[in-house]
Design a protein around this ligand. Structure first.
Ligand SMILES: NC(=O)c1ccc[n+]([C@@H]2O[C@H](COP(=O)([O-])OP(=O)(O)OC[C@H]3O[C@@H](n4cnc5c(N)ncnc54)[C@H](O)[C@@H]3O)[C@@H](O)[C@H]2O)c1
Length: 425
């Protein structure tokens, strides 16, 4: 089926954008036509990588480009609100990277702008779009395991050891694990639990003085219907969740020796992080825009979101190498998700492809936008509540939650009865 592509411009052509642009360039639903960045090296690299595109040195310039229909905002967190509103004011639809904004007042202004200018605002490019999470939701709905009873997400990563720009190290500007990584786990549990969280009791930890941003959080969250969820992320890079998966590479982003070296470098104040981070952007040694699309679905690894277990009345579900293991009264079954994947470039299990599909469908095909500004704001509310709860040592009641409509992802149907029976005893 041929579809009219959506003409997209990208604001902020850095590392995060580098992970998204290969999908944009590969998908028939998207025409990547323009970019904006204050850094001339990024603009030049982008034009060379994607011939025929044009660039601007400000987001305001990109927002005035009459050919651009939607802008993907991947500038630093402190600019998300300003740049999204600038784009919407000029009649552009917007997809804003997580975290949607730094505080709820900003998120409110963004939602109001989408309303006022009559454009779509997508806020939720997170791991919740991954094939394994969406499939888990379908198993919960149609898998015969009964009601969702509890959700558990547990992640140990090297997030705090990755190179950071100066503004990523400022908590007030949206720096730190809770702003950057919280949305992945919170969006996921909200998707699986229906969206409507009631309360949060949590805490954050900032344990290394040489890295003055939170590198740890944990929280107990409860849905309106009483379903509990627990989340945890420790980004200090000692133990890694990936170690628990025999098929995952024996490292996360770095080898053990790198992690030792980075820790020492940071403690001595001798690490050149700006240079290291540049390696991950266009033109750098680790440039993601040059990676080839996998020819088949790679094995699942916990990445940054971590290990996820969904418990229902009569069974549990977890990720397996190529799909899900569904534990039920008759024993475990394997659901192979490989037939459900798309072939275009996406390095994180279909996350970016799905977000772009939703954006395209909402704008070009006039279908509902599910990860709307209100959805993103609800996730931000829960993330910020972890910080407040930890500071004030009390449970925080939430007020801005919205449900995920039942129509979400209806065309993604699993035939769970054909899941193969595991041979394990
Ligand atoms: N969804 C995900 O999985 C994911 C992954 C990585 C990053 N991100 C998000 O992407 C955003 C950027 O992070 P990053 O790691 O790519 O940082 P980065 O520093 O590599 O990229 C930011 C880019 O924005 C440009 N920029 C800065 N100020 C600008 C301005 N005023 N106007 C135009 N361009 C400007 C910078 O020159 C840089 O190229 C963050 O919000 C981050 O949370 C999301």
């Amino acid at each position: 089926m041929s579809v009219r592509p959506l003409r997209v411009g990208v604001a902020g052509l850095g590392q995060g954008a580098g992970g998204v642009m290969p999908s944009m360039a590969a998908m028939p639903e998207i025409d990547l036509i323009a970019g904006a960045d204050i850094n001339p090296k990024m603009r030049k690299g982008f034009e060379e990588r994607y011939p025929g595109t044009r660039t601007y040195d400000t987001v305001a310039g990109l927002a005035k480009d009459p050919d651009v229909e939607a802008i993907w905002v991947s500038t630093p967190n402190k600019y998300h609100c300003e740049h999204a509103i600038e784009a919407m004011r000029n009649g552009k639809h917007v997809a804003v990277e997580k975290p949607m904004a730094i505080d709820l007042a900003e998120a409110d202004r963004m939602c109001e702008a989408a309303e006022k200018y009559g454009v779509k605002l997508l806020a939720g490019h997170t791991s919740s779009y991954g094939l394994g999470v969406r499939a888990m939701r379908r198993v919960a709905i149609e898998g015969g395991l009964g009601e969702v009873r509890a959700i558990f997400i547990w992640s140990y990563t090297d997030w705090m050891l990755r190179p950071r720009t100066a503004d990523e190290l400022v908590f007030e500007q949206g720096g730190g694990l809770i702003h950057r990584q919280g949305p992945h786990q919170i969006d996921t549990l909200r998707l699986l639990g229906g969206g409507m969280l009631r309360s949060v009791r949590g805490t954050t930890g900032s344990w290394h003085k040489e890295r003055p941003i939170p590198g740890f959080y944990t929280a107990y969250m409860e849905f309106e219907d009483g379903t509990p969820a627990t989340i945890l992320h420790n980004g200090y890079g000692y133990f890694l969740t990936a170690e628990l998966y025999p098929w995952a590479p024996p490292m996360h982003r770095y080898q053990e020796s790198d992690r030792v070296r980075f820790r020492k470098g940071m403690r001595a104040g001798a690490r050149d992080e700006e240079t290291e981070k540049a390696a991950y952007r266009i033109g750098g040694a680790q440039d993601k825009t040059l990676q080839k699309a996998p020819t088949e679905m790679p094995p699942w690894t916990p990445y940054d979101m971590g290990m996820l277990v969904l418990s229902c009345d009569r069974g549990d579900v977890r990720h397996s190498k190529y799909g899900l293991t569904i534990y039920g009264d008759d024993g475990p079954r394997e659901l192979d998700l490989r037939p459900f994947g798309r072939n275009e470039a996406d390095f994180e299990g279909g996350v970016t492809l799905q977000a772009l599909e939703e954006l395209h469908a909402a704008i070009v095909l006039d279908q509902p936008l599910y990860h709307s500004g209100a959805w993103g704001r609800a996730t931000l509310e829960a993330a910020l509540a972890i910080i407040t709860s930890g500071r004030e040592r009390r449970e925080i009641l939430l007020e801005r939650q919205v449900p995920m409509p039942a129509s979400y992802d209806l065309d993604f149907r699993l035939n769970t009865t054909t899941a193969t029976i595991s041979t394990r005893d």
